[in-house]
Design a protein around this ligand. Sequence first.
Ligand code: AMP
Length: 306
Amino acid sequence: MTKSNPSVLIVGSMAFDDLELPTESARDVIGGSATYAALATCLFAPVRVVAVVGTDFPESAVTALSDRGVDTSGIERAEGKTFRWAGRYAKNLASRTTLDTQLNVFADFRPKLPESYRSSDFLLLGNIHPSLQLEVLDNVPNPRFVAADTMNFWIERERPLLVELLRRIDSLVINDEELRELGEDHNIRRAAARVRALGPKRLIVKRGEYGAMLFDDHGIFFAPAYPLEEEIDPTGAGDTFAGALVGFLAQQTEIDDSSVRRGLMVAATVASFCVEGVGTQRVATLTRADVAARLDTLRTLVHFGG
Ligand code: AMP
């Protein structure tokens, strides 16, 4: 029997980001995969977060999540500094270089799940060390749906653990660059086939301004990105996409080829808002009505009649 209001459990990073954007530089921006994902998921479903922050992390940033209905009791405050990431974007925002990654409190983090979190139905294993993603998975006995994200940092350093993770998830959500690296092939279709052969039933590939693609047993599906008039900061758009997708699916009676395809369109819409502000600025104030209005426009973009 499925529950009427299933909860999504998100594990991921909470971070200070230093961003070098074409339009401005911003330091100590509150970010992290879990932060962005939770802000997107909470638009659709109840959500709880497992993450770690240091003593330097402002309480107001945790309150910003709980004010949106996110259950923050699984966020641990550890002695030491919060995870820190620094990146520089190219002028066209299409690529970025990681300038610095400081694991800090993440280096010794062991996820502690409040007892109530163990019955979570939907799991989003956000970008974080794959051993921590596996540990969370071990502690949730019966999830209905598990999605995971990762990034080059972990593909290069922890491939065997990632391969173990891939055997145990329903969907992998990564960007095209990560797919090429993980699938060891420059061609997206061939790389996708290789990655799917490692386990995940569905592979979702985020392609920035070129939208997102789904590879599953029913074939290939494409969701366009909403063409924005103003692009400010793409940081976290991928996490926002994944969070929205899992939140949307948690609301559906069936997770099948059709609901996942609809989920991709919704996720692409939510992620587009993320790019319109620095850090979580825009996603933190987003409403379902904003999403619905933009989704209508996105629908017209792909409608060609007949
Ligand atoms: P995205 O732009 O969707 O890839 O997400 C960017 C977010 O991921 C930033 O807020 C970073 O703090 C976070 N991040 C960057 N590198 C890592 C890493 N190695 N592990 C976990 N989170 C990371």
